[in-house]
Design a binder for this molecule. Structure first.
Ligand code: G16
Length: 543
């Protein structure tokens, strides 16, 4: 069989580290993610799978992103991107797991060949893999391991070096659609900036942005990339005043440290450094710039946060109005996708006020994306700020080709077309989502305070709980209930009953070695108390 000796030889240089207590490596919420010291062999083996996947899909380019996103800098991660720029097809996650957990070199070659035979993959046809990494120093070593697997399998590969995660997703789709009628844009980082900048200008339609936006880049790759992107906005067309903070990528230890979207969302406060000026319109990205949270500190009432649920309802409402103005309400089906973390008030607002259907999926944009694809316009956001809006090719065609009956209709159709280019269609993208929010606020002449006024969030609290073995915790009902360990869900139910308008659930994180507990209740103190109670239950069952 092809490549056997090369794989065996190269694999010796990038060995897999056995995990404690016979545990297995798992393809989690966003690929393999853990302490970077454990990942060299994983990156090599993911390279083998990416090559197989490319050959299975008639030599289309597959992406591999090296990032641990919101995790601390000692961690890293490896995830695979499918040809349209979406996440690896879920069926293939178990193949990735099988390859990565192969116990020996011989076992690895055997599983590789078995997969090729079972999946009817012709190992002689060309394969292509493109990849990028965030700013973590461990990224170099992992890229070397990945490239070594690609060389061993005679796979063409392109190293795009430092990228945000959504930029790699863009490049994968652009590569595979190049020269076709569905071309997604130029196959380069510059192509990404040009596409967003041009769509931003068109979507703004001459509207003015009010004041400065402060962007906290979590000291991650979003910092240099945002600086770069801003150069592409024509100042004479849009006056977008951005102050970039927490953009230090030279000291790895400060990545995601007391800043960034995850910090703001979980701590429900602004990053302490630099001090957020009262009233300043602010947002935070995460370490690989695929999540965004808006906020401001009110001089009188304190901190206000506009998270993924808020962006979702803002986008759904604005796009719904445009569809209405374009006279397409009966032709275009809009749907919203959330997870169990969505604030109950946002779900009520979307279903009752916007009159749009809401679907709940398990955590992980890979789940939300899939459901959103079932609509003409699918709006999906996780509360943590990770999400996007998908326009079906038919909907985009419709917007482009419908003959407007009035100036208002023409305006709405043009804005919809521009949004189709502005919003990253492959995955949640902090830069693109930020531009979307800025466009909407400018069109509505809204401040963040106006945006907050649309509805009141139910007080909520998210707690991270360290447990001995997070795999004990299995869920059902889109992660809203625990199916094991036995008895844990009954105890959570009993705790919830003690509070008014309350809800709580627990699940194992797919990106960290911990469980997460979410609680919502009528008052802040009750939400805090309930979250602590449920956290104690999880601690006890997780020992
Ligand atoms: C990843 C996923 C998100 C998910 C988050 C947290 O985000 O892409 O969809 O919400 O992990 O997942 P978990 O609760 O399982 O740890 P990121 O930004 O870290 O890649």
């Amino acid at each position: 069989m092809a490549h056997n000796d090369q794989i065996a030889e190269a694999s010796l240089k990038h060995p897999i580290v056995p995990l404690d207590k016979g545990q297995l490596y798992k393809y989690g919420t966003a690929g393999f993610r853990m302490n970077a010291d454990l990942l060299e062999g994983v990156a090599f083996r993911v390279g083998l799978l990416a090559a197989l996947r490319s050959r299975k899909l008639n030599s289309q380019a597959i992406g591999v992103m090296i990032t641990a996103s919101h995790n601390p800098s000692v961690d890293n991660g490896v995830k695979i991107v499918d040809p349209m720029g979406d996440m690896l097809e879920q069926d293939w996650e178990r193949f990735a797991t099988a390859l990565v957990n192969a116990p020996s070199n011989e076992g690895l070659v055997e599983i590789y060949n078995c997969l090729a035979t079972d999946l009817k993959i012709d190992l002689k046809i060309p394969a292509k893999v493109i990849y990028g990494r965030d700013t973590r120093p461990s990224g170099h070593k992992l890229i070397t391991a990945l490239a070594s697997a690609l060389d061993a399998t005679n796979t063409e590969h392109v190293d795009y070096k430092l990228l945000t995660t959504p930029q790699l997703h863009y490049l994968v789709r652009a590569t595979n659609s190049e020269g076709t009628p569905l071309s997604y844009g130029k196959v380069s980082e510059v192509g990404y900036y040009e596409k967003l900048a041009s769509a931003f200008v068109r979507a703004m339609k001459g509207k003015k942005i009010d004041g400065t936006l402060t962007v906290d880049c979590a000291n991650g790759v979003g910092g240099p990339k945002l600086h770069e992107f801003l150069k592409y906005i024509p100042k004479d067309k849009v006056n977008f005043d951005v102050k970039v903070v927490n953009d230090d990528v030279l000291r790895p230890e400060v990545l995601n440290l007391d800043c960034g979207a995850d910090f703001v969302k979980t701590k429900q406060r602004a990053p302490p450094n630099p001090k957020t000026q009262a009233g300043a319109r602010s947002c935070s990205y995460d370490g690989d710039a695929d999540r965004i949270i808006y906020y401001w500190v009110d001089p009188e009432t304190g901190f206000f946060m506009l998270d993924g649920d808020r962006i979702s309802s803002l986008a759904a409402s604005f796009i719904g109005d445009l569809v209405e103005s374009a006279g397409l309400r009966d032709d275009i089906r809009i749907g919203v996708v959330q997870t169990a973390y969505a604030n109950g008030a946002s779900t009520n607002y979307i279903t009752q006020h916007l009159k749009l259907p809401v679907t709940c999926t398990p955590t992980g944009v890979k789940h939300l994306h899939h459901v959103a694809q079932g609509f003409d316009i699918g709006v999906y956001f996780e509360a943590n700020g990770h999400g996007t809006v998908l326009f079906s090719p038919d909907a985009l065609d419709y917007f482009r080709n419908k003959a407007p009956q009035s100036p208002a209709q023409k305006d709405a159709l043009e804005t919809l077309v521009a949004l189709g280019d502005l919003i990253n269609q492959t995955v949640g993208d902090a830069i693109s989502d930020m531009l979307l929010v800025e466009v909407i606020l400018a069109h509505k002449s809204w401040t963040l305070r106006d945006w907050v006024m649309t509805y009141s969030d139910l007080p909520n609290r998210l707690v991270r709980v360290e447990v001995g073995n997070k795999d004990l915790f299995q869920t059902t009902d889109a992660e809203r209930r625990l199916s094991s360990p036995e008895g844990a869900q009954d105890e959570i139910d009993n705790a919830v009953k003690k509070y008014k308008d309350a809800r709580s659930f627990a699940r194992a994180s797919g990106t960290e070695n911990a469980c997460r507990v979410y609680a919502e209740a009528a008052t802040r103190s009750e939400a805090n108390e309930l979250a602590e109670r449920v956290a104690r239950i999880i601690e006890r069952y997780g020992q």
